[in-house]
Design a protein around this ligand. Sequence first.
Ligand SMILES: Nc1ncnc2c1ncn2[C@@H]1O[C@H](COP(=O)(O)OP(=O)(O)OP(=O)(O)O)[C@@H](O)[C@H]1O
Ligand code: SF4
Ligand SMILES: [Mg+2]
Length: 339
Amino acid sequence: MTEAILKITDLQTHFFTDNGEIPAVDGVSITVNKGEVVGIVGESGCGKSVTSLSIMQLVPSPPGKIVGGAIQYKGEDLLTASKKRIKDIRGNEISMIFQEPMTSLDPLFTIGNQIREAIRIHQKISKKEASRKSIEMLKLVGIPRAEEVMNDYPHQLSGGMRQRVMIAIAMACEPEILIADEPTTALDVTIQAQILDLMKKLNKEKNTAILMITHDLGVVADICDRVIVMYAGQVVEEGTTREILKDPSHPYTKGLIRSIPKLHEKDQKLYSIPGTVPKPKLGVVGCRFKDRCEFAHDRCFSDSPELFSLGNSRHSRCFLIDDPERKVAQDAAANIGSQ
Ligand SMILES: Nc1ncnc2c1ncn2[C@@H]1O[C@H](COP(=O)(O)OP(=O)(O)OP(=O)(O)O)[C@@H](O)[C@H]1O
Ligand code: SF4
Ligand SMILES: [Mg+2]
């Protein structure tokens, strides 16, 4: 039986700014099972980072605040847990690789000090042995001259190197869950592939669950078992990676997949979804994707679609699911459009 290790239910994280209340995450529910790799995809501003920061209660406050929902880690409610307990879980049981690496390394300690301590919290080994392991981890994430880098301070490293150090530290902790927010976007493709392989290894060998936030559907195809597609603060589609990539249901997911450049088609015109993600605001009427959706119809402007079930654990937030005749017509039109 699958065991939920992380269960986010109806999460609402809002920002209270001079320009009003911004519902950046608006009713998001996500379950990650033990040992599972789950991807969150969506364009910039969809609420991916705010969702992941909410799990660890790292949303900057003010202006941010979790105003509703529940987050459970192995059945324990994180939103009502003590500050001490959250601190304990952070970095030990749930590790996070941030989009902004500079903010998460301590500027006052050497790289060696930080990675060695992370290892020694989890393994009762000598300082010398921990140093040896630290160097090994740094080499594994592609850091050249790892022995020398042990004595460097964070500001002495480039952004890409700091990101790799963060990844090494997060993995050295051998957490139950690794939350990785665009972990490899800033790195070159060789290092990117190397780090994804490391994550896969961590997942296979230690059964670490991974929540992988990415723009890159190639990364999703490579590593994720299941995918959550977010749009304007909500989940709009979820399913297994295979289902989503082979047979996307939601018009937004279809658009994302259509935007992937195809290697074998030279000189092709790259497709991009028209328009941009709307700024989150309260009281939106209708489907949030309606202004960009080629299948928008009357109902999309007056009602808000729920997450309709497509069987198994597959869901799509689109009225077409509820209207089989219209869906058949839409699929036919989409097939003509993509030829
Ligand atoms: N400190 C803040 N104050 C006000 N609004 C914020 C703040 N941080 C995030 N937001 C808003 O929350 C929304 C979601 O942002 P988030 O960073 O989660 O997007 P994202 O999906 O991670 O995008 P990206 O792919 O660019 O990283 C955005 O509209 C953003 O403007
Ligand atoms: S509900 Fe309507 S506007 Fe929204 S994605 Fe479906 S067809 Fe498009
Ligand atoms: Mg982000």
